[in-house]
Design a protein. Structure first.
Length: 228
């Protein structure tokens, strides 16, 4: 069960605001708890509110035909900013991966905060630019890389260094179907590639994790500098 204080004070977008300003924003938000595997927003649905993840983990995906997973959103991050700005239908669906607490802010409240607080405006612009770069990188990968290289690139993005040091790990490990949705492929192809990576000592599959044993070699192969 989620137990979190319903306030935007811990959201980095509002880091420059004083307590009174945050409380005023809190009062204009609605708070919602979504259960794991529940759709928070549907693809192409109406509505222009912005959502902040206070606690939990949601996934951005497009499920028109074959599912395409775009990114994950966790504590302190937000989604729905595109519709809040241009007033058009949602460009992706949002699925709760874990039990999640979100704050729902009307688009008008966001616009007021952006106009009144330059730091909020700057951070929102940085977020939008990061999304454009991410989508440009994805378009380049889908156009110019094969499934194998796209899988390498995605595992490198998902890998995190453990606190104790050592090789980057992907934990919890995505299912083969999830990886396929991330790199626009099929589950069977991903299974074959992961098996080949394990045989080639590029990865090691452990209980609850995929360990990336040779990130330099993976990056070289994504760039086309190593063996295919």
């Amino acid at each position: 069960m989620i137990r979190a204080i319903e306030t935007l004070a811990r959201i980095p977008l509002f880091r420059s605001l004083d307590e009174d300003a945050v409380r005023r924003l809190d009062a204009r938000c609605a708070w919602r708890r979504a259960a794991a595997k529940e759709w928070v927003l549907d693809y192409e649905s109406d509505g222009t509110d912005l959502f902040f993840v206070l606690q939990g983990h949601v996934r951005v995906s497009i499920a028109a035909g074959r599912e395409v997973i775009l990114r994950d959103i966790r504590d302190g991050e937000f989604f729905g900013e595109l519709a809040a700005i241009d007033q058009k239908p949602r460009s992706a669906g949002i699925l709760a991966i874990t039990d999640t607490l979100v704050a729902r802010m009307p688009a008008g409240v966001l616009r007021q905060a952006v106009h009144e607080h330059p730091d909020v405006c700057d951070q929102l612009l940085q977020t939008l630019v990061a999304q454009i770069r991410m989508l440009a990188n994805r378009a380049n990968e889908y156009s110019n890389l094969g499934v194998r290289q796209r899988l390498y690139a995605e595992l490198l993005r998902l890998g995190r260094m453990p606190i104790s040091g050592g090789h980057p790990v992907v934990s919890p490990p995505p299912t083969h179907a999830e990886l396929a949705a991330r790199v626009s492929s099929h589950r069977e192809a991903i299974t074959r590639e992961l098996n080949a990576m394990a045989r080639g000592r590029l990865i090691e599959r452990r209980r609850g994790a995929i360990v990336l044993l040779d990130t330099d070699r993976l990056r070289a192969m994504v760039a086309g500098l190593g063996e295919a």
